[in-house]
Design a protein around this ligand. Structure first.
Ligand code: F6P
Length: 309
């Protein structure tokens, strides 16, 4: 996000626009936590994780009063355009706000879950999945040396993108996703096949959104009926959401930020800029909201099974 903030601020200033940063998202709009930003306000941040502007969940922005206060705070500074980085909730707020008031809005897709329609990649996803892979590679050393079965839980409340793709990239034996129910029987059959062909360790990726439970629940159920290996659980948690961004995310953030300002300069509003193929394209925020979600790549799921025999 910082690479993106840097791009937005500098593209705006390059074009002679007064730029401001809103601290803590929509909460900052309501609390008047808005600061002027110059080219130097975004120096030396391109390599930093998180966001220098901070963020917050804000229910108040869903109310008429909240939106009215936010609007007055923007108007008092003669701000007429808003660029928001986020997912569904962020875009819904931006769309509603801009439907009601004369503020132009552009959305930038930012979530590690990579589940927004209209962009092949969302900001943060590449960094997150690389962190996941690095962690699984390290865990594999123990799994292999001690002949163990590891259940590794990754983020993705509603989206199995990180889980599925990290399973492919780390060579996991199985993956459990929010989009597809996998029974314990099915999982045990898969693990038994591996054990019967002399696999000495296995790795199962569990998405936190898997309907039959998280990694601890699944590990417990499997352990009761499958005892070829010693079983361990690792929850990767919030380490997936931080750290220095990958080069891919820095470039994507820069491109999206630059494009978002250019959309405003063209007079466009209620658009989301996204990456499609290797091009930055814009589309109505409404379309992104209606079509929301990561479509399960069943070919990858099938491939995981084949490649892990
Ligand atoms: O934005 C979605 C997400 O990355 C989910 O995958 C995860 O469940 C959630 O964020 C964690 O959010 P929080 O830090 O608020 O618990």
């Amino acid at each position: 996000m910082n690479a993106c903030i840097r791009a937005v601020v500098r593209t705006g200033i390059y074009n002679g626009i007064n730029m401001f940063g809103v601290l803590q998202g929509y909460q900052g709009l309501i609390n008047d936590n808005i600061i002027p930003m110059g080219a130097r306000s975004v120096s030396n941040i391109i390599h930093l994780g998180g966001t220098i502007l901070k963020t917050a969940r804000c229910l108040e922005f869903k109310t008429e009063e909240g939106m009215e206060t936010a609007y007055q705070n923007l108007k008092s500074r003669e701000i007429d355009g808003l660029i928001v980085i986020g997912g569904d909730g962020t875009f819904t707020g931006a769309r509603n706000f801009s439907n009601k008031y004369d503020i132009k809005v552009i959305g930038i897709p930012g979530t590690i879950d990579n589940d927004l329609y209209g962009s092949d990649f969302t900001l943060g996803y590449d960094t997150a999945i690389n962190t996941v892979i690095e962690a699984i590679d390290k865990i594999r050393d123990t799994a292999d040396s001690h002949d163990r079965l590891f259940f590794i839980e990754v983020m993705g409340r509603d989206s199995g993108c990180i889980a599925l793709r990290s399973a492919v990239a780390s060579g996991a034996e199985a993956v459990l996703l929010p989009e597809r129910y996998t029974s314990t029987d099915e999982l045990i059959a898969q693990l038994t096949l591996g054990a019967s062909t002399k696999k000495s360790s296995s790795i199962v990726i569990v998405s936190e959104g898997h309907k039959a439970g998280g990694a601890y629940d699944i590990a417990k159920q499997v352990k009761e009926r499958f005892n070829h290996y010693d079983t361990k659980v690792t929850i990767l948690g919030h380490l997936q959401r931080g750290g220095s961004p990958s080069s891919f995310d820095r470039i994507l953030g820069s491109r999206l930020g630059y494009a978002a300002v250019n959309e405003l300069l063209k007079g466009n509003t209620r658009q989301m800029v996204g990456l499609r193929g290797n091009e930055i394209k814009s589309m109505p925020i409404e379309d992104a909201l209606v079509n929301h979600n990561f479509k399960l790549e069943s070919d990858l799921l099938e491939m995981t099974k084949v490649l892990s025999i």
